[in-house]
Design a protein around this ligand. Structure first.
Ligand code: AHR
Length: 525
């Protein structure tokens, strides 16, 4: 909420920042092997909270994400709790996973939830037409999903079927999950072993309805949204936060139409999908040179422009920022690993992906006033995964480590900062070498996440901490010799966070060297 005090803080922050840039004009000048940079953090000027839900996840019935990734079944020799892998749950809990979006994706708009309840042996099979044409036996359904969320201690986000499902079907799913009344759906849930309503809060009304979710126009979808959302009822004290299926990257007309045609009280948020990829030629996840390293980081930094264009439209119709922007599918998308099912979207994950994760999350933090939720695609074994599984083995990817390192930003207050740095230049194009995001948590501890994308140049960083006193600084770093480096089942700890030593403090200034192609999180208290 914008209050007079907040406006004062913002104006003061802006003035301080301008002054700081005036007094430090030399930053960013390059020497041979190094660049210089300066960050001014205004520790007393934080206003907006970085919702922990920005660090959310997306997991679809796709390839080995659900089956093999989370679900192995109760009879499996892989250690599990009621069919759900213990190792995956333990690893994700260490990232404080805040929410999990399920069951799709494109799969959501052909999923019929009633096929996934009741005794497993009685559940019908279907073909997963979007993803590899494999048989889906519905053994992982609504009850298993809520069990998973409870084991993870995470908030469930369900995407309902608009594309091929009915209003009645969606309405009954909400009733099945949330009603504690005497009602047909609540009774059916009890019969299936769940006495109390689960009380889901976040509900997507369809997915990509401009594409795999029905190839609708924005106008048609907006009308459909109103029908479906009307019958997704509130039960008891629970207030359902309904999310309208949003645009694909630069489709501004979609967002504009939804903001215009759907009454704002009817939706908690509007989603947006953007994948960091070259759709014409996705390239390999591990075999690439500097041209594709630069290209992917360039496309990743383009998230800022895409998000800001949608925010500008939302601001026009909703200046008070009541409707959230929900960035519920993001991440890198490459060609699948050679020899794997093309419909399973399995790709390796290198240091380049960790840089993409760090840059993306830094930007989402910065836009936390409007962006209230985001979900990386997809948690296990698919696209920019955090975890790979192979039989009874588990591997943590570089992207996993970023989510674990960045968890300190969850629900912390964003601190305004100014950053002056040099450029990473390739083939006549330039990107800023450095990205940073700062926040203060409930205990007054400041965390700063810093990403240096330059593949060769270390950055001599000066950090000016305004509006705070501190006596201790520490940090963690993720880096590696080559940007193609990654973890494998033979070498699962090739990349993992280490203590960052190269940092000193002097009164309110901190100085350190941020190595080329690295991600660092500092803790200042
Ligand atoms: O994440 C893979 C797919 O990408 C999702 O199913 C769909 O929503 C998007 O096109």
């Amino acid at each position: 909420m914008i209050t007079k005090i907040n406006i004062k803080k913002i104006v003061l922050g802006f003035a301080v920042s301008l002054l700081s840039l005036y007094f430090f004009p030399l930053m960013g000048q390059a020497t041979d092997n190094q660049q210089k940079a300066k960050i001014v953090v205004n520790a007393d000027l934080g206003v907006h909270v970085i919702s922990k839900h920005i660090y959310g996840h997306f997991s679809e019935h796709l390839g080995n994400c659900i089956y093999g990734g989370y679900w192995v079944g109760e009879d499996s020799e892989i250690p599990n709790t009621r069919g759900i892998r213990n190792d995956v749950v333990e690893a994700l809990k260490k990232t404080n996973i805040p929410n999990l979006r399920w069951p799709g994706g494109c799969f959501a708009d052909e999923y019929h939830w009633m096929d996934g309840i009741g005794p497993r042996e009685d559940r019908p099979e279907m073909i997963n037409t979007h993803w590899g044409g494999v048989t889906e036996d519905n053994s992982f359904g609504t009850h298993e999903f809520f069990d998973l969320c409870q084991q993870l201690n995470t908030e469930p986000v369900i995407c309902g079927n608009v594309g091929s499902g009915t209003v009645e079907e969606m309405s009954k799913w909400v009733e099945y999950i949330n009603s504690d009344n005497i009602s047909p759906m609540a009774d059916l849930r009890r019969k299936n072993g769940q006495e109390k309503a689960w009380g889901i809060k976040y509900w997507d009304v369809g997915n990509e309805n401009w594409g795999c979710g029905g190839h609708m126009t924005a106008e048609f979808y907006a009308d459909q949204y109103k029908r479906y959302a009307t019958f997704c009822r509130n039960y008891g004290e629970n207030r359902l936060r309904k999310i309208a299926g949003g645009a694909n990257s630069n489709d501004l007309n979609w967002t504009e139409t939804l903001m215009k045609k759907i009454p704002h009280w009817m939706m908690w948020g509007i989603s947006l999908h953007y994948y960091t990829t070259n759709w014409r030629n996705k390239g390999s996840a591990t075999e690439f040179g500097e041209d594709l390293y630069f290209d992917i980081l360039d496309r990743c930094l383009n998230i800022a422009e895409v998000i800001d264009k949608h925010i500008t439209i939302m601001d026009k119709y909703d200046p008070e920022k009541r409707v959230a922007l929900v960035f519920d599918e993001w991440g890198t998308w490459y060609n699948v690993e050679p020899g794997t099912n093309p419909g399973f979207l399995f790709q390796q994950n290198t240091l380049r992906d960790a840089l993409v994760a760090g840059l993306s999350l830094n930007y989402l933090n910065e836009r936390c006033e409007r962006v209230k939720m985001a979900n990386i695609a997809q948690t296990v074994n698919v696209l920019q995964a955090l975890i790979f599984t192979k039989e009874d083995k588990i591997l943590l990817t570089p992207t996993y480590h970023i989510f674990e390192m960045y968890k300190v930003h969850h629900d912390a207050t964003l601190l305004p900062l100014n950053l002056k740095c040099g450029d990473y230049e390739y083939d006549g194009k330039k990107l800023p070498s450095l990205s940073a995001s700062a926040s203060m948590d409930a205990d007054g501890i400041i965390h700063i996440s810093i990403v240096n994308i330059h593949p060769e140049k270390d950055i001599e960083l000066t950090l000016d901490m305004r509006g705070t006193k501190f006596s201790k600084i520490s940090g963690r770093i993720l880096t590696s010799d080559n940007f193609t480096d990654h973890n494998t089942f033979d070498d699962p700890e090739n990349l993992k966070p280490a203590v960052f030593e190269d940092i000193k403090m002097n009164k309110n200034e901190v100085a350190g060297t941020i190595p080329a192609k690295s991600i660092i999180v500092l803790e200042i208290k």
